[in-house]
Ligand binder design. Structure first.
Ligand code: ATP
Length: 459
C-alpha cells in the first residue's frame, strides 16, 4: 500500500470513518464497517445519487428488491454458469490471486471474461516474469475459474443444501429486471423510463485488497434505463454525460476521472465504458456505464416463461426494451472522495490534515464549542446554539481539549465551520465562526447565525 493510501486508511480508522470488520476477533477479510462519520458520508453519497437519478427525473422511479431471490434468476443472468474469476495459487505461501490482476501488473492485457483456456495460455507464456505479491516467489498453480456467487442455505433444511443453494445477490440489477413488469403495471411510466435501486451485493472476491475498493460485501447504486431498440445508443450517450457530471458535482476534479472503453465486450453488449478514478494506487473503475441490448429481459422471459415485451400505447409496436445501465459502488465512491479531499498543509505551527469535502457531502457541517468546559455559562450558551442548529444541519458539540486541538480534529473529519462561544459572547451576543478551508475567523451575532449559515449552505 502506498504512502497516501496508508494515511487515508489510518485516518479513516482513527477518526471513525471505516473500521475493519470483527476486529476484536482478529478481523474478517474483505469486509469493512462504517463508523459514525463513514455512515454519514455514505448516506450523503446515496442521497445525492437518489436526488440526481430519481428525484429530479420524471421518468425514473425507485425500487428496493430483496437480497435473496429465486435461484433461477442467477441461471438466467448467466452468473451461475459464467460469473467466474481466474484464480491461481502460489504453491509456496498458498495465497490466492486473480490471474488477470497479476498479468495486469506486468502490463499484459487479460480479463475475467476470457475463457479459462485463453487466460491460462497467456499466464503460461508470462509465467517467468510473474512474482507472488506476497512472498516474491514464482511458483504458481494452473488457473481455475472460480465462481463469485456467495451461497446460502436459506429455507433449505437438508444437509446437502449446497446442491441447491440460494444465492446472495451478486448485483442489485437482477431485482430490477424481474420487477420491470410490476413497475410498468403499477405506475404511469412509459418507455423510455428507468428503475433505480441502492442495495447490498455480495461477491466471493478472490483477492480483496485496496481497502474499500474491493470488498466481499458492498453497496451498489444501479440505474437500469429501458429504451426503444433504436434509441439505445442515443440514450446511452446521454447517460454517459449524466454520470460524468455526477462526479464533478460531488467535488471530484475532472483531471482525476477518465473513461475506459471495454475492448472485450460481452456478446450482447453494444457499448461498455467504465468511469475510472485516479485512486492513490492508480486509475481504477468507479462505475460501469453499459448498453446491454435486450439480453437481460430476453433471458428472464426465456427462463421464467413470461412475456416481458412492451407494447407502445400510441404506436402499438411490440418489442423487448433495450437497457442502458449505470452501476456504481458506494464504497468505491467513498474511497474516491476520501482520496480526493485528503490534504496535508503546512501551517505556522506544523502541518494540518484536512478533508476538504464539498459542502454536499461533508459528514458534519458545523461544530459548536464552548471555550471552556468548566464554565456553565459558556456551556449553556453553546448548547443552546447547538440545539438550534442541529435541527437543520448535522452538527457536533465538542468541549474536549483546547480549541486548537478541537480545530485539528474537526479539520480531520472535514467539518465546514466551527462556532466558538467565549466570554465576549456572553456580553456582546456574538461568536467566532471559523472557516475550514481559509481558517479565517469572524465574529457573527448569535441572532444572525441562522441567516449566516442559510446563505452558505444554500444549493
Ligand atoms: P471489477 O472489474 O473492478 O471487479 P466489475 O466490473 O466486476 O468490477 P461491476 O460488476 O460492473 O464491477 O459492478 C459495478 C460496480 O459495483 C463497480 O463499478 C464498482 O463500483 C462496484 N463493485 C463491484 N465489485 C465490487 C467490490 N468487490 N467491492 C466494491 N465495489 C464493487
Amino acid at each position: 500500500m502506498n504512502d497516501k493510501m496508508q494515511k487515508i486508511v489510518s485516518l479513516a480508522k482513527r477518526r471513525g470513518f471505516v473500521f475493519p470488520s470483527s476486529e476484536i476477533y482478529g478481523g474478517f477479510a474483505a469486509v469493512y464497517d462504517l463508523g459514525p462519520y463513514g455512515v454519514e458520508l455514505a448516506s450523503l453519497i446515496k442521497k445525492e445519487w437518489w436526488k440526481a437519478v430519481v428525484q429530479v427525473r420524471e421518468n425514473i422511479v425507485g425500487l428496493d428488491s430483496s437480497i435473496f431471490m429465486h435461484p433461477e434468476i442467477w441461471k438466467a443472468s448467466g452468473h451461475v454458469g459464467g460469473f467466474a474469476d481466474p484464480l491461481v495459487e502460489c504453491k509456496d505461501c498458498h495465497n490466492r490471486f486473480r490471474a488477470d490482476h497479476l498479468l495486469d501488473e506486468i502490463g499484459v492485457k487479460a480479463d475475467e471474461k476470457m475463457s479459462e483456456a485463453e487466460i491460462g495460455r497467456i499466464f503460461e507464456e508470462n509465467k517467468e516474469r510473474l512474482k507472488c505479491p506476497n512472498c516474491g516467489k514464482s511458483n504458481f498453480t494452473g488457473i481455475k475459474k472460480f465462481n463469485l456467487l456467495v451461497k446460502s442455505n436459506l429455507g433449505n433444511f437438508t444437509e446437502d443444501w449446497n446442491k441447491k443453494p440460494v444465492y446472495l445477490r451478486g448485483e442489485t440489477c437482477q431485482g430490477i429486471y424481474v420487477n420491470y413488469k410490476n413497475v410498468l403495471d403499477s405506475t404511469r411510466v412509459r418507455i423510455p423510463f428507468g428503475i433505480a435501486q441502492i442495495g447490498k451485493a455480495f461477491r466471493n472476491e478472490i483477492t480483496a485488497r485496496q481497502f474499500l475498493f474491493r470488498t466481499r460485501e458492498f453497496e451498489q447504486m444501479e440505474l437500469q434505463y429501458f429504451t426503444h431498440p433504436k434509441e439505445e445508443i442515443k440514450e446511452y450517450n446521454k447517460l454517459r454525460e449524466f454520470r460524468w457530471k455526477f462526479y464533478l458535482d460531488l467535488g471530484i476534479k475532472e483531471e482525476n476521472l477518465r473513461w475506459l472503453k471495454h475492448e472485450n465486450l460481452a456478446f450482447y453488449a453494444k457499448e461498455a465504458y467504465d468511469i475510472e478514478y485516479k485512486y492513490p494506487f492508480g486509475f481504477s473503475e468507479l462505475e460501469g456505464v453499459h448498453a446491454r441490448g435486450d439480453y437481460d429481459l430476453s433471458q428472464h422471459a426465456k427462463f421464467s416463461g413470461k412475456d416481458l415485451s412492451y407494447r407502445d400505447p400510441i404506436t402499438e409496436e411490440i418489442y423487448v426494451p433495450h437497457i442502458v445501465e449505470s452501476s456504481a459502488g458506494v464504497g468505491r465512491i467513498l474511497l474516491a472522495l476520501l482520496s480526493e479531499v485528503y490534504t496535508e498543509e503546512k501551517i505556522k505551527d506544523g502541518t494540518r490534515t484536512v478533508l476538504r469535502f464539498d459542502k454536499k457531502v461533508a459528514p458534519i457541517k458545523i461544530a459548536v464549542f464552548p471555550l471552556l468546559k468548566n464554565k456553565p455559562d459558556l456551556v449553556d450558551k453553546a448548547k443552546k446554539i447547538f440545539d438550534d442548529l442541529k435541527t437543520r444541519y448535522m452538527c457536533e458539540f465538542d468541549d474536549n481539549g483546547n480549541i486548537g486541538k478541537r480545530y485539528r480534529r474537526q479539520d480531520e473529519i472535514g467539518t465546514l465551520y466551527c462556532v466558538t462561544v467565549d466570554f465576549d459572547s456572553l456580553e456582546k451576543g456574538d461568536v467566532t465562526v471559523r472557516d475550514r478551508d481559509t481558517m479565517k475567523q469572524e465574529r457573527v451575532k448569535i441572532d444572525n447565525l441562522e441567516e449566516y449559515f442559510e446563505g452558505r449552505f444554500a444549493v
